[in-house]
Design a protein around this ligand. Structure first.
Ligand code: NAD
Length: 320
């Protein structure tokens, strides 16, 4: 099935805006729904003039209505960076629960396929490495990060219940750390923080001793994985991420090298319940979807750094 009319919730955010762009490029009509909590209309400004694109300001925790047919709902609305969800804990729990309920209701009403953007954070501080979809996770239900992790775990459960009880055609994608253009320089995630600090010649702040690992995936690869899942009949859950794992200290040093910066690297406190390791096992995605990440870390980081250079130049220019 090729989707013709797609609703992207959280479409004015980082991942959502890339999804909207790719869907439009593929010939679909796109309805982008967002309350601009952590995203902004600026992320989809370049799509605004297109006849098949519509931006609707809407809080998914309230009433959700879309006129006409819809054949795919991509549910991406939710604060995603720790800085954002710790600033908006209740809103994060509400969009993961009520927002998911309403988005599933929309898919049910329209007979549309539904894809939930879940996260590697459902694995918590993992006791299994790399993480396979069969791993149930190690999440502290009352820790500060639980507002995000448990909201996503609930959203996965709700999605499964809608599939089993209401026959909605659902899929769950567990996305691992994704980076690229349109991340906000101050969103608190490691890559935008390190790139901004390196480009501004400020100290690069690595948390803990920097030995904790992440596996970072360039946004184009993640978007390709999500859309391949959407087009398939597969229900998941399926990991989408890049298995090339690196320590936070190595990431900071790589970004410093690629920017040509002489920023010192300094060590600051590690956040509570910060996972020690993170690496997806992507064999299920390869087997069921034929998907593999294609963009290596250096290429992805170079593209991201070029975008940040332009952005920082733009914002530092005096208004005329
Ligand atoms: P983002 O913060 O850039 O985008 C989230 C969007 O959701 C924003 O535009 C925000 O305004 C919108 N939103 C939040 N609450 C809403 C509500 N109640 N109603 C309508 N819109 C609302 O984050 P992102 O990195 O683009 O993440 C998008 C999705 O992908 C999230 O669901 C996140 O959990 C998931 N994800 C992202 C990553 C990653 O590395 N970027 C990793 C795992 C999962």
């Amino acid at each position: 099935m090729t989707a013709h009319r797609v609703v992207v919730t959280g479409g004015a955010g980082f991942l959502g805006s890339h999804l909207c762009e790719r869907l439009l490029g593929g010939g679909a009509s796109v309805i982008c729904m967002d309350n601009f909590l952590t995203g902004s209309p600026g992320n989809v400004e370049h799509l605004m003039g297109r006849p098949r694109f519509r931006l609707i300001e809407c809080d998914l925790t309230g009433f959700v209505h879309v006129p006409g047919e819809v054949d795919l709902v991509l549910h991406f609305a939710s604060a995603a960076s720790p800085t954002d969800y710790l600033r908006h804990p209740i809103a994060t729990l509400k969009v993961g629960s009520l927002g998911t309920l309403h988005s599933l209701g929309l898919a049910r009403e329209k007979g549309a396929r539904f894809v939930l953007a879940s996260t590697s954070e459902v694995y918590g501080d993992p006791l299994e490495h790399p993480q396979r979809e069969t791993y149930w996770g190690n999440v502290n239900p009352v820790g500060p990060r639980s507002v995000y992790d448990e909201a996503k775990r609930f959203a996965e459960s709700l999605t499964t219940a809608y599939r089993n009880s209401h026959g909605v055609d659902t899929a769950i994608v567990r996305i691992f750390n994704t980076y690229g253009p349109r991340m906000r320089p101050h969103d608190g995630r490691a890559i935008p923080t390190f790139v901004r600090q390196a480009l501004n010649g400020e100290p690069i702040t690595v948390t803990g001793d920097g030995s904790q690992t992440r596996s970072i995936c360039y946004v184009d690869d993640t978007v390709q994985g999500v859309l391949t899942l959407a087009e398939s009949g597969f229900e998941g859950p399926v990991n989408i991420g890049n298995p090339s794992e690196l320590s936070m200290l190595r990431l900071a040093m790589t970004i410093r090298d690629l920017t040509g910066s002489s920023s010192p690297i300094v060590f600051v406190d590690r956040p509570v319940d910060d996972p020690a390791v993170r690496r997806p096992d992507t064999s299920l995605a390869a087997r069921r979807l034929g998907w593999r990440p294609e963009i290596d870390v250096t290429t992805g980081l170079r593209r991201t750094i070029s975008w940040f250079e332009r952005e920082l130049l733009e914002t530092s220019r005096p208004a005329s």
